[in-house]
Ligand binder design. Structure first.
Ligand code: GTP
Ligand code: MG
Length: 555
């Protein structure tokens, strides 16, 4: 891969965000939180969306003169930023300072004539650049630096982890290597914006918004792109225009239920993307699922996309996770490591099934951090008490209110290290009474399970639902066994850590190795005890165990 290129020529807000992000990932040690004011989730969403609307995506010839390319484009207006990346060809994402520049560029862009084939004309912002005379240009080529869009290989990750100075350093390294880059984030918003242009052919004023791990700060390079078609804005405009005794309504087509309306809308948008959405391939309309969706690949960005509609609660869940991720720098580091650990041991999968999801794992980490003493994260009920009138949010009868201004939440006084937290996380869930208790981040304490699913994690907004209803008893048992085994490894290691020069995986690197390998390396030293025995051994070693189980809840 070519080295990362960051060109941020205007000191805009996004550049400031990037600098802040770099600073905060650098100050990840406990107790020294970044005190710069943090932006609200909605502000970030609006800025990114507006930035994406000023951006075009250009498929470029493999060899191109960057300077001339930029000069050519700046005839349409000043360029704010650009980056190149590779995805079966060379692409450039170019952000103009003004939206008008995009229209100006589109006005000189032609629809290709393809010989015997015919093109469906569609003036999108996904363009193709051709060289009139490629021979003349090759002599002036400078090498183009591309931004990397994929996560590091396992080999590189192990090397980085083994060279780290401490377990805390390992967790922060893993975060740094896997988190979405500035460019990848931009590409996600740009892809939504391009899909929005297609959907707007049917629904002018609609918005296509990303949600899930693309925006909640827990996304890993390579994760899917969840997006939803937001038609609420269309309703809002009409509501404001009523006056006097008259009430004007649009004539609309009525269907039996909200679900049928969703299916009909997604059916036509899916058809549209399939028939003339530039770069959209493998479109599947999965309309009979619990949450109907259209799944497709966006070839140019390389993202696997899931499009749903009117999914405002999921967007609110993303905002909540974003808040938790921004409150303390240890949260994201711990979540990334737990997610990678789960993936390495096949506890999670990209195929839907009886396994734990990343979303459930994140809820478990948040819950665990609410249970520390003093707590590292506040409860959702506490965040609700800090809300003001502007934060009030009721969606489909569910109260989704919580404070949106991050700066109103006091930082935690807890100074525990990531190493300790990781070990305690595994011990906590290795001993959790899953058979009778439910995980509840709203109250920050266990509740009696209201139903018999093996794993019960209360949905924070639709409180009668269980976000981990799909998880089977055997998958839960696998999670518990691996958690105990990992707690044991970290405990043993604390006593005799291999020296960095020994080339032995240690700390987080040892935890990410497949279980079989761990068993072998352990059996060389000492025979690995079975899950129950590990639990008993840990119980007897741990003198502070009782304190943790009575840890106080939300502030
Ligand atoms: P990745 O595995 O990185 O894609 O994480 P993700 O958080 O994006 O998960 P996923 O793509 O499965 O789901 C997208 C979003 O939908 C999540 O972030 C949640 O907001 C929401 N979501 C997913 N699963 C559930 C669930 O079981 N219940 C509820 N209420 N929301 C869910
Ligand atoms: Mg996702």
């Amino acid at each position: 891969q070519r080295p990362l290129r960051r060109l941020l020529s205007c000191p805009g807000t996004v550049a400031a965000d990037l600098r802040r992000e770099e600073q905060s990932s650098g100050s990840a040690e406990t107790g020294s939180e970044d005190r710069t004011p943090k932006k609200r989730f909605s502000e970030v969403q609006n800025e990114r969306r507006e930035q994406a609307q000023r951006t075009v995506l250009i498929h470029c010839p493999d060899k191109i003169n960057e300077k001339k390319f930029l000069k050519f484009l700046s005839q349409h207006g000043p360029i704010n930023s650009h980056f190149f990346y590779e995805s079966f060809g060379l692409y450039a994402a170019v952000e103009f300072c003004q939206k008008e520049s995009v229209t100006s560029l589109q006005n000189i862009t032609r629809t290709p004539s393809l010989g015997p084939e015919a093109a469906i004309p569609f003036k999108s912002r996904y363009l193709n650049l051709k060289l009139r005379n490629s021979l003349n240009q090759t002599s002036e080529l400078s090498s183009i630096q591309c931004s990397n869009q994929s996560s590091p290989s396992s080999k590189k990750l192990y090397q980085l982890l083994c060279c780290a100075e401490s377990v805390d350093d390992q967790l922060n390294t893993l975060l740094r290597e896997f988190q979405l880059t500035e460019e990848n984030t931009r590409l996600r918003y740009l892809t939504c914006s391009l899909i929005e242009d297609v959907a707007a052919a049917y629904f002018p004023d609609c918005a296509v918004r990303p949600f899930g791990s693309s925006v909640n700060s827990f996304g890993k390079l390579g994760c899917d792109l969840d997006m939803f078609l937001d038609l609420d804005e269309i309703g809002k405009f009409t509501a404001q225009k009523t006056s006097g005794n008259f009430l004007m309504e649009f004539q609309v087509k009525n269907v039996p239920s909200e679900r049928v309306a969703t299916q009909k809308i997604l059916s036509v948008i899916g058809e549209c993307l399939d028939q003339f959405g530039p770069g959209c391939v493998g479109v599947q309309r999965i309309l009979n699922a619990r949450c109907p969706l259209v799944r497709f690949s966006h070839q140019a960005s390389g993202f696997q996309c899931d499009l749903t509609t009117n999914n405002r609660i999921a967007l609110k869940s993303s905002e909540l996770l974003y808040m938790y991720g921004a409150l303390d720098s240890r949260v994201r580091a711990l979540v990334f490591s737990v997610r990678c650990w789960a993936r390495a041991h096949s506890l999670t999968s990209s195929i839907p099934g009886a396994w734990i999801t990343n979303f459930s794992l994140t809820m478990m980490v948040i819950f665990f951090l609410q249970r520390r003493s003093p707590p590292i994260l506040p409860t959702l009920d506490y965040l609700k008490t800090l809300a003001d009138a502007e934060d009030k949010c009721i969606i489909e009868g569910h109260n989704c209110t919580f404070v949106g201004d991050l700066n109103r939440i006091k930082p935690s006084r807890n100074t525990e290290t990531l190493e300790l937290l990781l070990k305690e996380f595994f011990e906590y869930f290795g001993n959790f009474a899953f058979n009778k208790n439910s995980i509840n981040i709203r109250q920050g304490r266990e509740q009696n399970k209201p139903e018999s699913s093996p794993l019960h994690i209360q949905n924070p907004f639709e409180t009668s639902l269980n976000v981990s209803k799909n998880v089977s008893q055997s998958q839960l048992q696998k999670f518990v066994d691996l958690a105990r085994e990992s707690a044991w490894i970290l405990h043993q290691e604390g006593k005799d850590r291999p020296s960095p020069s020994s080339n032995q995986p240690w700390g987080l690197a040892a935890l990410l190795l497949p279980s079989v390998a761990n068993n072998m390396s352990l059996s060389k030293k000492k025979k690995k005890p079975a899950s129950e025995r590990i639990k008993n051994l840990l119980d007897s070693i741990k003198s502070s165990g009782a304190e943790n189980s009575t840890a106080t809840n939300g502030r």
